[in-house]
Design a protein around this ligand. Structure first.
Ligand code: GTP
Ligand code: MG
Length: 311
């Protein structure tokens, strides 16, 4: 697999992503070997997270942006985090069909990637999927996620630059977005600034700039808020130039070091959880009995069980 990935073989890249996503033990071992052999060939891309409420135009935006980037000579990988993939698989199809132009391009790679459970959050394997795309020569990785729940917070743990796509609705829409996002967002792009919505979008952009000015003394709000029409491919070039400029001035490795620690901790948590479930500790009859009899609280009992695990 290694050589084919390094050659940029997209079919093999796809298989490798399926391998790192697998939770089977034998697959995990194979995946580990593959990842170790490819590690020296990773890390060179610009990773951009794109989040926003459902229907705001993320896929349309990524398609237009992706086409522009390919015209500029880039190779573009898109990982779309799909909150519904565990249930219906519905929006996978939607995204694939919506990005028809981009997916037909030789220099593009589009892949839906699962989210973690019903509460959202990014699957632990997505970090490895990004590395695989880099090893296959993609120099730009775009990560799409719906801005609900935990996912966008975790996408910030995967990307170098985090972009929040907003509609022309203004303040109302901002209410629906978790305030915490504005604390780490790198760019805000107001989409659908076209036709009858253009004026509204301008007003909204103004509001977002004011909000950012108040919340973020670390950056110049006017350099971070952009208007665009993904549908008409207007304003995307200006936004991308700004992003590249900011990115050139930023030390990628600093943020990435924190991210490595984050995913290591998430990995450890997952291992502990697997162990607890595999040992049936959550269903231990002794424990359940003690709880039923009111001999302890759930939390103190959990702590006790953990202590006894450590011996
Ligand atoms: N007028 C206008 N409509 C747009 C623009 N971008 C997207 N749309 C429309 O908005 C709708 C949703 O677009 P998508 O790109 O699928 O949005 P999304 O954010 O990816 O949606 P989900 O993945 O379902 O969350 C579609 O009907 C698009 O045609 C734009 O720049 N202007
Ligand atoms: Mg979409």
């Amino acid at each position: 697999m290694k050589d084919e990935i390094l050659k940029g073989n997209k079919t093999v890249l796809s298989k490798a992503i399926t391998l790192v996503e697998s939770e089977k033990k034998e697959h995990r071992e194979e995946a580990n070997k593959l990842m170790l052999s490819l590690l020296p060939h990773t890390g060179k891309s610009l990773r951009v997270g794109i989040s926003g409420t459902p229907g705001v135009g993320k896929s349309t935006f990524i398609e237009s942006l992706g086409m522009n980037l390919i015209d500029l000579g880039h190779k573009v990988a898109v990982l779309a985090i799909d909150p519904s993939s565990q249930k219906s698989g519905g929006s996978i199809l939607g995204d694939k069909t919506r990005m028809t132009r981009l997916s037909a391009e030789e220099k593009s790679f589009i892949r839906p990637t699962p989210s973690r459970g019903d509460l959202g959050g990014v699957a632990l394997s997505t970090h490895e999927s990004i590395l695989l795309c880099e090893a296959a020569g993609f120099d730009i990785v775009l990560i799409e996620t719906v801005g609900v729940g935990q996912s966008e917070v975790e996408v910030n743990e995967l990307c170098d630059q985090f972009v929040l796509l907003l509609g022309p609705g203004g303040g109302d829409e901002l209410q629906g977005i978790k305030r915490g996002i504005l604390e780490f967002v790198d760019f805000i792009v107001v989409n659908k600034a076209d036709g009858a919505l253009e004026k509204k979008a301008q007003v909204a952009a103004h509001e977002y700039k004011s909000a950012l000015e108040i919340l973020r003394s670390d950056l110049k709000a006017s350099d971070r808020v952009f208007l665009c029409s993904a549908l008409e491919n207007k304003g995307l070039d200006k936004f991308w130039q700004a992003l590249e400029q900011v990115s050139a001035k930023t030390n990628k490795n600093l943020k990435r070091a924190g991210q490595l620690q984050y995913w290591y901790t998430k990995g450890l948590e997952a291992c502990f959880k697997d162990y607890i479930l595999s040992q049936g500790l959550d269903k231990s009859k002794d424990v359940l009995k003690k709880l039923e009899e009111g001999k302890s609280t759930p939390l103190s009992l959990a702590k006790e069980s953990f202590k006894s695990l450590l011996g």
